[in-house]
Write a protein that binds this ligand. Structure first.
Ligand code: GLU
Ligand code: MG
Length: 457
Protein backbone atom coordinates (compact mmCIF):
# COMPACT_ATOMS: atom_id res chain seq x y z
CA UNK A 1 0.00 0.00 0.00
CA UNK A 2 1.33 3.44 -0.88
CA UNK A 3 1.83 5.88 1.95
CA UNK A 4 -0.73 8.59 2.06
CA UNK A 5 0.76 12.05 1.62
CA UNK A 6 1.70 13.39 5.05
CA UNK A 7 -0.61 16.05 6.36
CA UNK A 8 1.52 19.04 7.35
CA UNK A 9 1.18 19.60 11.07
CA UNK A 10 1.02 23.25 12.11
CA UNK A 11 4.50 24.20 13.33
CA UNK A 12 4.48 25.30 16.96
CA UNK A 13 6.74 28.36 17.18
CA UNK A 14 9.09 28.23 20.12
CA UNK A 15 7.75 30.14 23.15
CA UNK A 16 10.33 32.95 22.84
CA UNK A 17 9.26 33.58 19.25
CA UNK A 18 5.58 33.46 20.17
CA UNK A 19 6.17 36.01 22.92
CA UNK A 20 7.87 38.36 20.48
CA UNK A 21 5.03 38.08 18.01
CA UNK A 22 2.51 38.81 20.75
CA UNK A 23 4.52 41.77 21.96
CA UNK A 24 4.84 43.42 18.53
CA UNK A 25 1.07 43.22 18.24
CA UNK A 26 0.46 44.54 21.73
CA UNK A 27 3.07 47.29 21.56
CA UNK A 28 2.13 48.44 18.06
CA UNK A 29 5.59 47.69 16.68
CA UNK A 30 5.69 47.86 12.87
CA UNK A 31 9.41 47.48 12.16
CA UNK A 32 11.88 45.25 13.97
CA UNK A 33 15.51 46.22 13.42
CA UNK A 34 17.97 43.33 13.18
CA UNK A 35 21.22 44.96 14.32
CA UNK A 36 24.88 43.98 14.11
CA UNK A 37 28.20 45.81 14.45
CA UNK A 38 30.63 45.82 11.52
CA UNK A 39 34.41 45.93 11.19
CA UNK A 40 34.35 49.71 11.08
CA UNK A 41 32.67 49.64 14.51
CA UNK A 42 29.47 51.02 12.98
CA UNK A 43 26.12 49.59 14.07
CA UNK A 44 24.11 48.59 11.03
CA UNK A 45 21.14 46.40 10.21
CA UNK A 46 17.93 45.81 8.32
CA UNK A 47 14.38 45.84 9.64
CA UNK A 48 11.62 43.27 9.18
CA UNK A 49 7.99 44.33 9.08
CA UNK A 50 5.64 42.87 11.66
CA UNK A 51 3.81 40.85 9.02
CA UNK A 52 7.03 39.09 7.90
CA UNK A 53 8.53 38.76 11.36
CA UNK A 54 7.49 35.18 12.14
CA UNK A 55 9.28 33.97 9.04
CA UNK A 56 12.28 36.31 9.34
CA UNK A 57 12.94 35.25 12.92
CA UNK A 58 13.60 31.88 11.42
CA UNK A 59 15.32 32.69 8.12
CA UNK A 60 16.93 36.01 9.01
CA UNK A 61 17.17 38.76 6.39
CA UNK A 62 19.45 38.35 3.40
CA UNK A 63 22.59 40.49 3.33
CA UNK A 64 25.67 40.85 1.17
CA UNK A 65 28.91 39.46 2.58
CA UNK A 66 30.61 42.63 1.33
CA UNK A 67 29.24 44.72 4.21
CA UNK A 68 31.91 43.23 6.46
CA UNK A 69 34.47 44.82 4.11
CA UNK A 70 32.91 48.28 4.43
CA UNK A 71 34.79 50.95 6.39
CA UNK A 72 33.31 53.72 8.52
CA UNK A 73 33.32 56.04 5.50
CA UNK A 74 31.12 53.62 3.54
CA UNK A 75 34.06 52.78 1.29
CA UNK A 76 34.06 49.14 0.31
CA UNK A 77 37.45 47.42 0.63
CA UNK A 78 38.74 44.60 -1.48
CA UNK A 79 38.82 41.54 0.71
CA UNK A 80 38.88 38.00 -0.62
CA UNK A 81 35.51 36.25 -0.08
CA UNK A 82 33.81 39.56 0.81
CA UNK A 83 33.05 40.82 -2.67
CA UNK A 84 29.87 41.24 -4.70
CA UNK A 85 29.17 37.51 -4.82
CA UNK A 86 27.99 35.80 -1.68
CA UNK A 87 25.21 35.96 0.83
CA UNK A 88 24.70 35.79 4.57
CA UNK A 89 21.64 36.19 6.76
CA UNK A 90 21.13 38.67 9.57
CA UNK A 91 19.61 36.31 12.12
CA UNK A 92 18.22 37.87 15.31
CA UNK A 93 18.62 36.39 18.77
CA UNK A 94 15.07 36.05 20.17
CA UNK A 95 16.25 36.71 23.72
CA UNK A 96 17.30 40.25 22.77
CA UNK A 97 14.00 41.71 21.56
CA UNK A 98 13.37 45.22 22.90
CA UNK A 99 10.92 47.92 21.82
CA UNK A 100 12.77 51.19 21.20
CA UNK A 101 11.30 54.04 23.27
CA UNK A 102 13.22 56.62 21.20
CA UNK A 103 11.76 55.22 17.96
CA UNK A 104 8.05 54.60 18.62
CA UNK A 105 6.74 51.80 16.42
CA UNK A 106 10.16 50.15 16.18
CA UNK A 107 11.91 47.42 18.13
CA UNK A 108 15.42 46.00 17.92
CA UNK A 109 17.07 42.61 18.15
CA UNK A 110 20.79 41.91 18.26
CA UNK A 111 21.80 39.59 15.48
CA UNK A 112 24.35 37.11 14.22
CA UNK A 113 25.50 36.94 10.63
CA UNK A 114 24.98 33.38 9.48
CA UNK A 115 25.46 31.41 6.30
CA UNK A 116 22.27 30.74 4.32
CA UNK A 117 22.07 27.22 5.76
CA UNK A 118 22.01 28.70 9.27
CA UNK A 119 25.53 27.70 10.23
CA UNK A 120 27.93 30.23 11.84
CA UNK A 121 29.85 32.57 9.53
CA UNK A 122 33.58 33.09 10.00
CA UNK A 123 33.28 36.89 9.83
CA UNK A 124 30.42 37.32 12.33
CA UNK A 125 31.59 39.47 15.27
CA UNK A 126 28.90 38.28 17.68
CA UNK A 127 29.87 34.69 16.95
CA UNK A 128 33.48 35.62 17.72
CA UNK A 129 32.44 36.74 21.19
CA UNK A 130 30.21 33.69 21.70
CA UNK A 131 33.10 31.41 20.78
CA UNK A 132 35.42 33.21 23.20
CA UNK A 133 32.82 32.85 25.98
CA UNK A 134 32.54 29.13 25.18
CA UNK A 135 36.32 28.80 25.40
CA UNK A 136 36.25 30.37 28.85
CA UNK A 137 33.37 28.14 29.88
CA UNK A 138 35.40 25.12 28.76
CA UNK A 139 37.90 26.04 31.47
CA UNK A 140 35.20 26.61 34.06
CA UNK A 141 35.07 30.43 33.91
CA UNK A 142 32.37 33.02 33.26
CA UNK A 143 33.08 36.67 32.55
CA UNK A 144 30.88 39.55 33.69
CA UNK A 145 31.42 42.88 32.02
CA UNK A 146 30.16 46.43 31.70
CA UNK A 147 31.12 49.25 29.38
CA UNK A 148 31.40 52.62 31.15
CA UNK A 149 30.69 55.04 28.33
CA UNK A 150 31.11 58.78 28.09
CA UNK A 151 29.60 60.89 25.34
CA UNK A 152 29.25 64.47 24.17
CA UNK A 153 25.82 66.06 23.96
CA UNK A 154 25.14 69.06 21.79
CA UNK A 155 23.92 70.11 18.39
CA UNK A 156 25.18 69.33 14.93
CA UNK A 157 25.56 72.63 13.11
CA UNK A 158 26.89 73.63 9.72
CA UNK A 159 30.35 75.17 9.72
CA UNK A 160 29.94 78.88 8.90
CA UNK A 161 33.03 78.72 6.68
CA UNK A 162 31.61 75.85 4.61
CA UNK A 163 33.61 72.99 6.15
CA UNK A 164 32.07 69.78 7.51
CA UNK A 165 29.33 70.03 10.16
CA UNK A 166 30.53 70.58 13.71
CA UNK A 167 29.34 69.26 17.05
CA UNK A 168 28.57 72.26 19.21
CA UNK A 169 28.38 71.13 22.85
CA UNK A 170 25.25 71.68 24.89
CA UNK A 171 26.90 73.63 27.70
CA UNK A 172 30.11 74.73 29.30
CA UNK A 173 29.26 73.28 32.70
CA UNK A 174 32.09 72.18 34.95
CA UNK A 175 32.97 68.60 35.78
CA UNK A 176 30.41 66.97 38.14
CA UNK A 177 28.91 70.44 38.56
CA UNK A 178 25.34 70.78 39.80
CA UNK A 179 24.57 73.17 36.96
CA UNK A 180 25.51 70.49 34.41
CA UNK A 181 22.81 68.19 35.79
CA UNK A 182 20.25 70.88 34.96
CA UNK A 183 21.44 71.83 31.48
CA UNK A 184 21.23 68.20 30.36
CA UNK A 185 18.28 67.23 32.56
CA UNK A 186 15.46 66.82 30.02
CA UNK A 187 17.72 64.66 27.88
CA UNK A 188 19.18 62.51 30.64
CA UNK A 189 15.80 61.69 32.17
CA UNK A 190 14.54 60.55 28.77
CA UNK A 191 17.73 58.55 28.26
CA UNK A 192 17.46 56.80 31.64
CA UNK A 193 13.84 55.86 30.98
CA UNK A 194 14.64 54.63 27.49
CA UNK A 195 17.51 52.46 28.73
CA UNK A 196 15.52 51.04 31.64
CA UNK A 197 12.65 50.17 29.30
CA UNK A 198 15.13 48.11 27.30
CA UNK A 199 16.30 46.26 30.42
CA UNK A 200 19.57 48.13 30.86
CA UNK A 201 19.93 48.87 34.56
CA UNK A 202 21.24 52.39 34.97
CA UNK A 203 23.81 52.73 37.77
CA UNK A 204 25.13 56.29 37.85
CA UNK A 205 25.06 59.52 35.93
CA UNK A 206 27.10 62.72 36.04
CA UNK A 207 28.07 65.62 33.83
CA UNK A 208 31.75 65.00 33.01
CA UNK A 209 34.84 67.08 32.37
CA UNK A 210 34.48 68.55 28.89
CA UNK A 211 31.77 70.84 27.50
CA UNK A 212 28.61 68.80 26.94
CA UNK A 213 30.31 65.63 28.19
CA UNK A 214 28.10 63.11 30.01
CA UNK A 215 28.78 59.80 31.70
CA UNK A 216 26.00 57.34 32.40
CA UNK A 217 26.79 53.79 33.41
CA UNK A 218 24.76 50.59 33.30
CA UNK A 219 25.08 47.50 35.45
CA UNK A 220 27.37 44.66 34.51
CA UNK A 221 26.04 41.53 32.83
CA UNK A 222 27.36 38.27 31.38
CA UNK A 223 29.79 39.12 28.54
CA UNK A 224 27.47 38.60 25.55
CA UNK A 225 24.71 40.58 27.18
CA UNK A 226 27.20 43.32 28.09
CA UNK A 227 28.21 43.71 24.44
CA UNK A 228 24.55 43.60 23.31
CA UNK A 229 23.79 46.22 25.96
CA UNK A 230 26.51 48.46 24.63
CA UNK A 231 25.04 48.32 21.13
CA UNK A 232 21.62 49.28 22.52
CA UNK A 233 23.23 51.97 24.66
CA UNK A 234 24.97 53.57 21.68
CA UNK A 235 21.78 53.48 19.65
CA UNK A 236 19.72 54.95 22.48
CA UNK A 237 22.15 57.76 23.37
CA UNK A 238 22.02 58.94 19.78
CA UNK A 239 18.37 58.17 19.13
CA UNK A 240 17.07 60.08 22.16
CA UNK A 241 19.19 63.09 21.18
CA UNK A 242 17.89 63.02 17.62
CA UNK A 243 14.27 63.07 18.75
CA UNK A 244 15.06 66.16 20.79
CA UNK A 245 16.73 67.87 17.81
CA UNK A 246 20.08 67.38 19.49
CA UNK A 247 23.16 65.38 18.52
CA UNK A 248 25.04 63.00 20.79
CA UNK A 249 28.37 61.49 19.90
CA UNK A 250 30.26 58.67 21.58
CA UNK A 251 33.28 59.30 19.33
CA UNK A 252 36.50 59.02 21.32
CA UNK A 253 37.45 62.65 20.69
CA UNK A 254 34.69 64.62 18.99
CA UNK A 255 36.24 67.93 20.10
CA UNK A 256 39.99 67.92 19.52
CA UNK A 257 40.92 70.17 22.44
CA UNK A 258 38.53 68.71 25.02
CA UNK A 259 38.36 65.58 27.19
CA UNK A 260 37.89 62.35 25.27
CA UNK A 261 35.01 59.90 25.52
CA UNK A 262 36.11 56.56 26.92
CA UNK A 263 34.12 53.37 27.29
CA UNK A 264 36.22 51.77 30.00
CA UNK A 265 35.60 48.06 30.18
CA UNK A 266 34.90 46.61 33.64
CA UNK A 267 35.55 42.90 34.02
CA UNK A 268 35.23 40.19 36.63
CA UNK A 269 35.98 36.50 36.18
CA UNK A 270 33.93 33.90 37.97
CA UNK A 271 34.07 30.21 38.76
CA UNK A 272 30.56 29.16 39.72
CA UNK A 273 29.50 31.72 42.31
CA UNK A 274 33.04 32.85 43.23
CA UNK A 275 34.45 36.09 41.87
CA UNK A 276 38.07 35.21 41.15
CA UNK A 277 39.01 38.89 41.11
CA UNK A 278 38.18 39.04 44.79
CA UNK A 279 41.44 38.98 46.78
CA UNK A 280 40.16 36.02 48.81
CA UNK A 281 38.85 33.70 46.13
CA UNK A 282 39.30 30.25 47.55
CA UNK A 283 42.95 29.72 46.61
CA UNK A 284 42.53 31.07 43.08
CA UNK A 285 43.65 34.62 43.86
CA UNK A 286 46.53 34.36 41.36
CA UNK A 287 44.06 34.01 38.48
CA UNK A 288 43.41 37.74 38.55
CA UNK A 289 47.13 38.51 38.29
CA UNK A 290 47.56 36.10 35.39
CA UNK A 291 44.53 37.53 33.63
CA UNK A 292 46.01 41.03 34.03
CA UNK A 293 49.35 39.63 32.81
CA UNK A 294 47.58 38.43 29.67
CA UNK A 295 45.83 41.77 29.11
CA UNK A 296 49.09 43.70 29.47
CA UNK A 297 51.08 41.31 27.27
CA UNK A 298 48.57 41.65 24.44
CA UNK A 299 47.57 45.26 25.04
CA UNK A 300 49.42 46.90 22.14
CA UNK A 301 47.57 44.54 19.76
CA UNK A 302 44.37 44.62 21.76
CA UNK A 303 44.09 48.40 21.37
CA UNK A 304 43.58 47.85 17.61
CA UNK A 305 40.26 46.26 18.61
CA UNK A 306 39.28 48.12 21.80
CA UNK A 307 40.28 51.55 20.46
CA UNK A 308 39.24 50.85 16.92
CA UNK A 309 39.34 54.17 15.09
CA UNK A 310 41.82 56.79 13.95
CA UNK A 311 40.07 59.17 16.35
CA UNK A 312 40.71 56.75 19.27
CA UNK A 313 44.35 57.69 19.34
CA UNK A 314 43.69 61.37 19.95
CA UNK A 315 42.14 60.20 23.19
CA UNK A 316 44.63 57.47 24.15
CA UNK A 317 47.33 59.84 25.38
CA UNK A 318 49.06 60.38 28.73
CA UNK A 319 47.43 62.64 31.33
CA UNK A 320 43.96 62.05 29.86
CA UNK A 321 43.00 59.31 32.31
CA UNK A 322 42.62 57.07 29.31
CA UNK A 323 45.30 54.54 30.35
CA UNK A 324 48.04 55.17 27.80
CA UNK A 325 50.63 53.00 29.59
CA UNK A 326 50.57 49.19 29.68
CA UNK A 327 50.69 48.92 33.47
CA UNK A 328 48.27 48.03 36.25
CA UNK A 329 47.69 49.62 39.62
CA UNK A 330 45.09 49.76 42.39
CA UNK A 331 42.75 52.67 41.69
CA UNK A 332 45.36 54.13 39.33
CA UNK A 333 43.47 56.15 36.72
CA UNK A 334 46.48 56.54 34.44
CA UNK A 335 47.15 52.79 34.29
CA UNK A 336 45.69 50.83 31.38
CA UNK A 337 44.39 48.31 33.91
CA UNK A 338 42.98 49.79 37.06
CA UNK A 339 42.23 47.36 39.87
CA UNK A 340 39.04 48.89 41.22
CA UNK A 341 38.19 48.97 44.88
CA UNK A 342 34.68 47.52 45.24
CA UNK A 343 31.76 49.75 46.11
CA UNK A 344 29.74 48.56 49.10
CA UNK A 345 28.17 45.15 49.55
CA UNK A 346 26.71 44.74 46.09
CA UNK A 347 29.92 46.00 44.45
CA UNK A 348 32.03 43.28 42.90
CA UNK A 349 35.83 43.47 42.78
CA UNK A 350 36.65 44.13 39.15
CA UNK A 351 39.27 45.32 36.71
CA UNK A 352 38.85 48.35 34.54
CA UNK A 353 40.46 48.37 31.12
CA UNK A 354 40.80 52.03 30.20
CA UNK A 355 42.07 51.87 26.62
CA UNK A 356 38.58 51.14 25.34
CA UNK A 357 36.11 53.41 23.58
CA UNK A 358 32.79 53.31 21.75
CA UNK A 359 34.25 53.38 18.24
CA UNK A 360 35.21 49.73 18.77
CA UNK A 361 33.07 46.83 17.72
CA UNK A 362 32.05 45.70 21.24
CA UNK A 363 31.88 42.02 20.25
CA UNK A 364 35.38 41.99 18.81
CA UNK A 365 36.75 44.08 21.67
CA UNK A 366 35.31 41.91 24.42
CA UNK A 367 36.10 38.66 22.60
CA UNK A 368 39.72 39.73 22.14
CA UNK A 369 39.94 40.75 25.80
CA UNK A 370 38.82 37.23 26.74
CA UNK A 371 41.46 35.64 24.51
CA UNK A 372 44.18 37.90 25.94
CA UNK A 373 43.19 37.29 29.56
CA UNK A 374 42.79 33.57 29.07
CA UNK A 375 46.22 33.36 27.45
CA UNK A 376 47.60 35.03 30.57
CA UNK A 377 45.83 32.53 32.84
CA UNK A 378 46.99 29.53 30.79
CA UNK A 379 50.59 30.73 30.72
CA UNK A 380 50.50 32.14 34.26
CA UNK A 381 51.81 35.49 33.03
CA UNK A 382 53.25 37.81 35.64
CA UNK A 383 51.60 41.24 35.37
CA UNK A 384 54.70 42.98 36.78
CA UNK A 385 54.75 45.57 39.55
CA UNK A 386 51.60 47.36 40.63
CA UNK A 387 52.17 50.99 39.73
CA UNK A 388 51.02 53.58 42.24
CA UNK A 389 52.15 56.75 40.48
CA UNK A 390 51.17 58.42 37.23
CA UNK A 391 53.39 56.41 34.83
CA UNK A 392 53.93 59.52 32.72
CA UNK A 393 55.97 61.02 35.56
CA UNK A 394 58.63 58.30 35.11
CA UNK A 395 59.81 58.84 31.53
CA UNK A 396 61.07 55.69 29.82
CA UNK A 397 60.16 53.37 32.68
CA UNK A 398 56.80 52.01 31.56
CA UNK A 399 55.65 50.81 28.13
CA UNK A 400 53.53 53.30 26.23
CA UNK A 401 50.62 51.96 24.18
CA UNK A 402 50.41 52.59 20.41
CA UNK A 403 49.98 56.23 19.52
CA UNK A 404 48.17 55.67 16.22
CA UNK A 405 45.74 53.21 14.69
CA UNK A 406 48.46 52.12 12.24
CA UNK A 407 50.84 51.29 15.10
CA UNK A 408 48.09 49.32 16.84
CA UNK A 409 47.26 47.40 13.64
CA UNK A 410 50.94 46.54 13.19
CA UNK A 411 50.95 45.18 16.74
CA UNK A 412 47.79 43.18 16.03
CA UNK A 413 49.28 41.66 12.91
CA UNK A 414 52.34 40.67 14.93
CA UNK A 415 50.29 39.02 17.71
CA UNK A 416 49.82 35.33 16.88
CA UNK A 417 47.37 34.66 19.71
CA UNK A 418 44.89 37.36 18.66
CA UNK A 419 45.40 36.74 14.94
CA UNK A 420 44.65 33.06 15.38
CA UNK A 421 41.66 33.83 17.56
CA UNK A 422 40.23 36.14 14.89
CA UNK A 423 40.79 33.59 12.14
CA UNK A 424 41.95 34.39 8.60
CA UNK A 425 38.76 35.87 7.13
CA UNK A 426 37.94 38.13 10.06
CA UNK A 427 41.56 39.19 10.54
CA UNK A 428 42.13 40.05 6.87
CA UNK A 429 38.85 41.97 6.67
CA UNK A 430 39.44 43.86 9.89
CA UNK A 431 42.97 44.85 8.91
CA UNK A 432 41.89 45.92 5.41
CA UNK A 433 38.99 48.00 6.72
CA UNK A 434 41.02 49.66 9.46
CA UNK A 435 44.08 50.30 7.32
CA UNK A 436 41.84 51.94 4.73
CA UNK A 437 40.47 54.27 7.42
CA UNK A 438 43.99 55.16 8.56
CA UNK A 439 44.93 56.01 4.96
CA UNK A 440 41.73 57.97 4.28
CA UNK A 441 42.12 60.18 7.33
CA UNK A 442 45.87 60.67 6.83
CA UNK A 443 44.99 62.31 3.50
CA UNK A 444 42.55 64.81 5.04
CA UNK A 445 42.56 67.45 7.78
CA UNK A 446 41.45 67.14 11.40
CA UNK A 447 38.01 68.71 10.87
CA UNK A 448 37.13 65.94 8.42
CA UNK A 449 38.20 63.25 10.90
CA UNK A 450 36.24 64.84 13.74
CA UNK A 451 33.15 65.17 11.56
CA UNK A 452 33.24 61.61 10.28
CA UNK A 453 33.66 60.16 13.76
CA UNK A 454 30.93 62.26 15.34
CA UNK A 455 28.70 61.21 12.45
CA UNK A 456 29.45 57.47 12.75
CA UNK A 457 29.68 57.10 16.54
N1 GLU B 1 37.47 60.81 29.80
C1 GLU B 1 38.48 59.88 30.21
C2 GLU B 1 38.74 58.88 29.07
O1 GLU B 1 38.77 59.28 27.96
C3 GLU B 1 38.11 59.16 31.48
C4 GLU B 1 37.88 60.04 32.66
C5 GLU B 1 37.41 59.22 33.85
O2 GLU B 1 38.23 58.60 34.50
O3 GLU B 1 36.20 59.15 34.04
O4 GLU B 1 38.94 57.73 29.29
MG1 MG C 1 34.44 59.28 33.29
Amino acid sequence: MRDRPAVAKPVQPDPAVRRILERTELEGVELIRFLYADHGGVIRGKAASRSRLAERLNTGIGHTVAMMAMNMLDQLQEVEHLGPVGEVRIVPDPSTYVPLPHAPGAAAMLSDLRLPDGSPWAACPRTFLKDAIALLAGEGYTLLAAFEPEFTLGRRLPDPSGGPDRLVPLDDSLCYAGHGFDTAHDYTIKLVRALETQGLRVEHYHPELGPGQQELTVRHAPALRAADNHVLYRETVRGVALRMSMWASLAPKPLADQAGNGAHLHLSLWRESRNLFDGDSGGEGAVRDWFVGGLLAHLPALTALTCGSVNSFRRLAPRMWAGAYAVHGPDNREAAVRICSPLGESGEPNLELKPSDSSANPYLALGAVIHAGLDGVRRRLDPGEAVDVDPDTRPGRYPRLPSSLTEALDALEADPVLMEALGPLRASAYLAVKRSEAAAFAARDASYELFQHMRAF
